[in-house]
Design a protein around this ligand. Structure first.
Ligand SMILES: [Zn+2]
Ligand SMILES: [Zn+2]
Length: 778
């Protein structure tokens, strides 16, 4: 008999319950916590880890057991994430509740559980106190950790998560550490990376033609390198960072030059919250995130007075800020005393360096010195990135601290499915039983080294369920590296349409059913059902079907890929379709030569290498170019970010722009289209009248949000789910969700899964589960 845990047992009777706890409950001090609460309440029974999470036998008076159930959720350790507690009334005699409460050995070794692979956790307050306490035996020890903090996923080589299966197996615990590890009352009970200066990992500083330094000397020289304006490579939790003094213009410019990274913003690590507040505006919600066990990078508005180099994030009013999250970072930043740029230790577009020898070769032309350590990193794990908007926090990059915490599926998967995701911002997922594990951010699969990380990640996640995959799920795009990989496995393969997967990912995290939902999937480019590029889609989910209810009016992208990098080309594509007479004057104004504009005109006229797209991301690019705010995407989303930045100087626009929803017929069926033509014409007219570009940028955002609301009204579904990279734009997300909510819709926005392609693998799993894989054309 299964009862829900929220129903307390009847009063006055003795209670004896078997409790099943799911979530991130192993490797996070959950058993000692259960032991402590049960002992406090005078319960009998036991707690143990098993394949599905944690199993508890709790016997005692009914009020005590009811209180125990409450405490399991309310008082759980900070690092634990209780997904659900299911109460199965005991009544069986196979495991007698013993006299006292005990921590029992792990259950029968079945399949290792998804629950057994926790994410890496930032240093906890207790360890921080010990780190800074001169009387503590771990005073200033850069690898201090406990059950509430420290590396997890980044050190796991195979499951179950036990020390011999981590990269810590090379370090033999000293007697003192061993005693802590074995004592259930110690806060280092079964802390797998437990270590101390006598027995654990150590730091070294290495630089060309200099002798190797260790310990405090290494730390001291690392600080000296930063103070001199040098580039320091620091081996952290999930890989290397490249660091320079964030207040040193020359050092930041030199790092940018050496990394061949023209304009992409650099993240900044601050010594502490006080230093951060001097440089950026932070709300209570943002500070809570910064100090959480996940300790992500949070996008904050930079203060004009911030003592940060101008070259950190050219033309960008935000700064990606974070706090030291490992003891090594804490010691380094405290000694340096000022913020540092802390950007991924990699070559442009390649995965993070994790291995010392590899880093010394690959980063040789960038870093002047390497602050290394000898705890091997099993897999690269990037820093996570979060943005807090009016509608709540939105995870833009799900990696350290969040992945691979499991998600619960709304059904049970038959076998073990591998979902390979998209091409950009790749992640992969494994679905088995009712659990879904989404990998940390891998990167863009264009580069061969990133593809290698992709394959390694597939292998690691395969370990989680200990069984061979029985199905593979991929995108419909035939040329994605992930799709090619999926096809090559030879497994039964399900392809899920890209924008449908965006919508499903949003439904997954909100545990919503696909009935009576309008999905708004707006992104850069994705492979559409009709072979054209999609990206401004309204997908109606009803009665087990997905229908393309409306779209952005398609336009041509002259030069295909080239138009993705050059917003001016998109603007010309729009002009060509709307008003041929405006084409040549606009081409001149946008800086094209006569030759170039003649060529583009011919391409558009004949439709040569000029695919049709209904992409909202590209419409942003065109608007940015037309307003003179941004012309090129040197990194993905650069022009839309500049447009949002321009609009952000205003609270709201004084007006909106026309962006009508019109009925159209195509392919023999009826559909609706948001028509960009009056919108683009109004932007041009506003500019000609000399209206401020920030005002026009604000009006543009308002018009897009109004268009979404208009489409939702026309579709008549009660719930609207937003997904796709365009919703990384906080202004668009806020305006659209506020507009939809005030029009009476239930609005679902991506929060724990990124709006961008980082959540496609999760959406694919749900598509395969619900057999919802393609979008019907009208
Ligand atoms: Zn700790
Ligand atoms: Zn030790």
């Amino acid at each position: 008999m299964v009862a829900h845990a929220s129903n307390p047992p009847a009063k006055r009777e003795p209670s004896d319950m078997l409790l099943r706890v799911r979530g991130t409950v192993q490797g996070v001090g959950f058993r000692p916590f259960v032991h402590q609460v049960a002992t406090r309440l005078g319960l009998r029974g036991w707690v143990r880890n098993d394949a599905e999470g944690v199993l508890i036998r709790a016997a005692g008076s009914s009020p005590a057991v009811a209180e125990f159930l409450r405490a399991l959720r309310a008082e759980a350790p900070a690092a634990a994430r209780v997904q659900d507690i299911e109460a199965v009334r005991a009544g069986t005699r196979d495991d007698e509740a013993t006299a006292a409460f005990a921590i029992a050995p792990s259950g029968p070794s079945g399949l290792p559980a998804a629950t057994a692979l926790p994410p890496d956790l930032a240093i906890c307050p207790d360890c921080r106190r010990e780190l800074l306490d001169p009387r503590d035996r771990r005073h200033r020890y850069p690898f201090i950790n406990c059950t509430q903090c420290g590396p997890r996923y980044s050190i796991v080589e195979r499951l179950p998560y036990d020390r011999p299966n981590t990269t810590m197996r090379a370090f033999r615990m000293c007697p003192e550490c061993g005693a802590e590890y074995l004592s259930p009352r110690n806060r280092r009970f079964h802390a797998q990376p437990n270590a101390c200066p006598a027995c654990g990992p150590r730091i070294t500083l290495r630089a060309p033609s200099r002798e190797e330094l260790a310990g405090e000397a290494a730390l001291g020289e690392a600080v000296a390198v930063l103070s001199r304006g040098g580039v320091l490579a620091v081996r952290g939790v999930g890989g290397y960072h490249l660091m320079v003094d964030a207040g040193n213009d020359a050092a930041v410019a030199e790092l940018r030059r050496r990394k061949h990274r023209d304009e992409k913003p650099f993240a900044v690590m601050f010594p502490d919250m006080e230093a951060l507040r001097l440089a950026a505006e932070s709300s209570a919600a943002e500070e809570e995130l910064l100090g959480s066990p996940a300790a992500p990078i949070v996008l904050l508005r930079r203060r004009p007075t911030a003592a940060l180099a101008a070259g950190l994030a050219p033309g960008n009013p935000w700064v990606g800020a974070f706090l030291p999250y490992s003891p090594l970072h804490l010691l380094l930043l405290a000694a340096f005393g000022r913020p540092v740029v802390a950007t991924s230790g990699n070559l442009a577009e390649e995965p993070l360096c994790t291995d010392c020898a590899e880093a010394h070769v690959r980063l040789a032309g960038i870093a002047g010195a390497f602050l290394d350590h000898d705890r091997p990193i099993a897999h690269p794990v990037d820093d996570s990135v979060v943005r807090v908007c009016a509608a709540g926090p939105v995870l833009l990059r799900r990696a350290r601290g969040y992945a691979p915490a499991p998600l619960r599926l709304p059904g049970t998967v038959d076998g073990s499915w591998l979902c390979v995701g998209a091409q950009m911002k790749s992640t992969v997922a494994v679905a088995a039983g009712d659990q879904l594990v989404l990998s940390p951010h891998i990167g863009d699969l264009d580069a061969a080294p990133t593809q290698a990380v992709f394959r390694r990640t597939v292998d690691v996640l395969g370990e989680i369920h200990g069984s061979r995959f029985t199905r593979v799920v991929c995108d419909r795009h035939p040329d994605y590296a992930s799709t090619l990989y999926a096809r090559a496995t030879g497994l039964p393969c399900t392809a899920v349409q890209h924008h449908l997967a965006h919508v499903l990912a949003c439904l997954l995290e909100h545990r919503s059913r696909p009935d009576g939902v309008l999905g708004v999937a707006w992104d850069g480019t994705g492979f559409g059902e009709d072979g054209t590029v999609w990206g401004g889609e309204f997908i109606l989910l009803r009665k087990g079907e997905a229908l393309r209810f409306a779209r952005l009016r398609p336009f041509r992208l002259p030069g295909g890929e080239a138009a993705i990098r050059d917003g001016r080309r998109v603007a010309l594509g729009l002009a060509h379709a709307a008003d041929r007479a405006s084409f040549l004057p606009l081409a001149r104004r946008l800086g094209f030569t006569e030759n170039e504009s003649g060529l583009l005109d011919t391409m558009l006229e004949r439709g040569v290498n000029s695919p049709f797209a209904s992409s909202a991301g590209r419409l942003f690019d065109a608007a940015g170019a037309l307003l003179g705010i941004g012309t090129h995407n040197q990194f993905e989303g650069q022009i839309p970010l500049a447009l949002e930045a321009a609009a952000s100087v205003r609270a709201g626009p004084s007006a909106t722009l026309p962006f009508p929803l019109r009925p159209v017929t195509h392919g023999g069926g009826a559909c609706a289209e948001l028509d960009w033509e009056p919108l683009v014409a109004a932007l041009g007219a506003g500019r000609a009248k000399g209206i401020d570009t920030s005002e026009l940028a604000a009006q543009f955002h308002q018009a897009l949000a109004d268009g979404i609301v208009a489409a939702a009204r026309a579709a008549g579904a009660g719930t609207v789910a937003l997904g796709g990279g365009c919703f990384q734009n906080a202004r668009l997300l806020e305006l659209a969700s506020a507009g939809l909510a005030s029009a009476g819709f239930e609005v679902l926005i991506p929060r724990e899964l990124p709006p961008n392609d980082g959540s496609i693998a999760a959406g694919q799993a749900l598509g395969a589960l619900w057999n919802l894989t393609s979008v019907k054309l009208p």
